[in-house]
Write a protein that binds this ligand. Structure first.
Ligand code: SF4
Ligand code: SF4
Length: 544
């Protein structure tokens, strides 16, 4: 399937269709949707209605009683989530959210306006759960649930990355992300799942990580990265696995030890832990901090998350340190104790063993984000950093939706950046595209497949546009982030829209800058790229 050229995709028409929204059916065009989940993934996790079906087919082979199942599911969720009923009832159609979604900005499709995306669900709620909708039907925006409607849900609920940008601008705080999650749960209840997300979920459930790596493979990959550290820096960075009685359990997304550029961030973690002598362990059981289960249903999110606390308990650690990940952080910070059913009193309230700082914000879930941990080390003068080792990098910072808008981690990564980059090497993107207003990468929430690449490039258009601005104006050549999904999705996005820019984790930059006693003379960064001003003869001339 060929991807349109950037100049073609950038020509977005915002002209709405002449017909009313209920009359316009989604166009399932290759490149704009994800493939149906293969039945084996549903079988692995005991999910309902595994079957071979294709989104392109007319007949999606829905179970005979699919409509009853979906309506019973909506009734159940209306009872359990008061927020859902509230969000359905209080929208005043003011339109403040309309142009805030990156999918609307990138596609021009009115059904990607959050107000209309919500209406796809709300119209069914009205028809079956409100008196006025039952009586007046379409006159009041209510409609029957039929196969066209369920197909429309599938199409547009997988064109929402649960980023919550729209809710920031809604005067009532209506949260489309929450509605999308619950809508996806209802789709899953009749066997409508996407392959990319469910394959990751099933492999994580069955084998321990999204990539399905065995414990041996995980150990090999981590040790290879430690060897890379030693080759480049001369410093041994031992990998500790399943070590009972360690002070800290470190949980990272598998993308960090499996795929570039996350691997360089992982090398940075090892260098940092070695530098400060952290008493830590990874786990081959809690081998995945990411949680694609949360993109499918709360129940699946809970199942995948459970092993983090269980492993912390088994290993008798004091607290948990989380790697650079966005949705992992949102799940752990916002849901983990609730999923678990109690505050994990077998853990202590996290205290940095190096600085003595008590992380008050982690009182309940007892897990600290690596950015908070590192920023605290720097603030207490515990790291010897040479920013000149990152002089080849002109950086901007992409606030990941989940860490930034979801959890308010704005300052810590910027504080670290200030200390690991030379002065004048950091440039912010325009204010309406960063911090809590950040634009999504466009491929999060389980839709970073290959078959929907056109949609992904459209969804990331707004992010890429802001990046292009700082690239052209200031010569920015790297975009940093503290999210593994971003490190997985942004390289593809920038390759398409701003190919001169590379993606980096922030701990990678820390790893570059850390000065160890007895290290090799550094001439390259962790990616084997030459450093500026290092390894040169007096007078700046390169050796012949
Ligand atoms: S949550 Fe994000 S992706 Fe979903 S409708 Fe809102 S802005 Fe769009
Ligand atoms: S901003 Fe809020 S109230 Fe206004 S249309 Fe959007 S969801 Fe409805």
């Amino acid at each position: 399937m060929s991807l349109p050229k950037p100049e073609e995709l950038a020509r977005v028409s915002y002209q709405p269709p002449a017909k009313g929204w209920m009359e316009v059916k989604p166009e399932f065009r290759p490149g704009t949707y994800c493939n149906a989940a293969a039945p084996k993934w549903l079988e692995w996790i005991d999910y309902p209605f595994p079957r071979q079906w294709s989104v392109a087919d007319e007949d999606w082979q829905l179970p005979a009683n699919w409509k009853e199942i979906v309506l019973a599911g909506m009734e159940d969720r209306l009872a359990r989530f008061r927020s859902l009923k509230l969000f359905f009832d209080i929208c005043v159609r003011c339109g403040a959210c309309a142009d805030k979604c990156h999918f609307f900005l990138g596609t021009g499709d009115p059904k990607n306006m959050p107000v209309l995306r919500a209406e796809l669900l709300r119209s069914v709620y009205k028809r079956y759960f409100t008196r006025i909708g039952k009586a007046l039907g379409e006159l009041v925006g209510a409609r029957d649930l039929d196969e066209d409607v369920i197909k429309e849900w599938f199409f547009y609920l997988y064109q929402c990355t649960i980023c919550r940008r729209c809710s920031l601008f809604c005067p009532y705080g209506i949260d489309m992300a929450e509605m999308t999650l619950l809508g996806r749960e209802m789709l899953a209840s009749v066997g409508l799942n996407i392959d990319w997300a469910l394959a990751s979920v099933a492999q994580c459930y069955e084998k321990g990580s999204h990539i399905g790596a065995t414990p041996q493979a995980l150990k090999d990959m981590m040790e290879f990265l430690a060897e890379e550290n030693e080759r480049i820096t001369g410093i041994k960075t031992p990998v500790y696995l399943n070590r009972k009685g360690a002070e800290v359990l470190v949980v990272v997304p598998s993308g960090d030890y499996f795929a570039d550029p996350g691997t360089y961030t992982f090398m940075g973690y090892l260098l940092l832990f070695t530098y400060i002598g952290l008493d830590y362990t990874f786990s081959t059981y809690a081998a995945e901090g990411g949680n694609f289960g949360w993109f499918v249903s709360h129940e699946m999110g809970k199942r995948l998350n459970a092993k983090i606390y269980e492993e912390a308990k088994r290993l008798k650690v004091k607290w948990i340190l989380g790697g650079e990940c966005g949705h992992m952080w949102r799940v752990c910070n916002q849901y983990m104790p609730t999923y678990y059913g109690e505050v994990p009193t077998f853990l202590e309230e996290p205290v940095s063993p190096i600085t003595g700082t008590k992380f008050e914000n982690a009182k309940v879930h007892r897990m600290v984000h690596i950015s908070e941990f590192t920023a605290d080390l720097i603030r207490h003068g515990k790291l010897n950093l040479d920013p000149q080792r990152n002089a080849h990098i002109k950086l901007t910072f992409h606030d990941s939706c989940n860490t930034a808008r979801g959890m308010g981690i704005f300052e810590e990564p910027r504080y670290i950046i200030q200390h690991v980059l030379p002065e004048g090497h950091f440039f912010e993107m325009p204010p309406h595209t960063i911090r809590e207003k950040t634009f999504c990468c466009g491929s999060s929430s389980g839709i970073n497949a290959n078959e929907n690449m056109e949609l992904r490039m459209q969804g990331g258009f707004a992010r890429a546009n802001a990046l292009r601005y700082v690239h052209e104006r200031y010569g920015v050549n790297h975009m940093g982030c503290i999210c593994a999904l971003d490190r997985a999705t942004l390289p593809t996005l920038v390759q398409y829209w701003v190919p001169e820019v590379e993606i980096t984790g922030i701990t990678e930059l820390v790893g570059n800058a850390l000065v160890f006693e007895g290290e090799l003379e550094r001439t390259t960064d962790l990616r084997d790229r030459d450093l500026v001003g290092f390894g040169e003869q007096e007078g700046g001339e390169e050796e012949e």
